[in-house]
Design a protein around this ligand. Sequence first.
Ligand SMILES: [Zn+2]
Length: 189
Amino acid sequence: MGELSIEGVLGHFEGVTRTNAGWRVRCPVHGDSVPSLDIKLTDDGAVLFFCRSRQCVFTDIVRAARLEGLNLGRPEAWIESSSSRSVPSRRKAGPDRTYSTEEIRSGQPWKGQGLSFRELYRYADAHDNLLFAVVRLTDYAGKKTFRQVRVAGPDRWQVGLDGVEPVIYRLPRILQAAATGDTVFIAEG
Ligand SMILES: [Zn+2]
């Protein structure tokens, strides 16, 4: 595919304005009216995305903006910008609060609900990008219940799916099996 130019990338977005670090545009994934998607070009030519309002996933942004054909550099790049520089002041309690895997495994987000952590199941998209996890918990009576957490950065999770498209468990493995003609059994329940 052709050479990457930042103008070419920006042409795929609406509401483009200049910022100190780069550009801000309307996020095509969650459809915001006030632009909240930051775009930055690194010295080594990778394009970084960071959706400030919903932390939309890199692959979703690329797809929604129809940038699939372009080599944008490291696909995990948006995560770097989200976890380090961009939002140190926004780490607060409430829906924007993020948790490490360690904190999830200690059941921290559900402590106040009397739920105990049991197991974490990771879900990835067709390209094996981690999207979200389902957490199995038990209540005080030992009854099992489930909660979902979505990826918010490297080793960061946020409670709830909040627009993350659910995928089937072990999707990359299933696609691989389908490609090689294996039989896939889908158990109900
Ligand atoms: Zn977004």
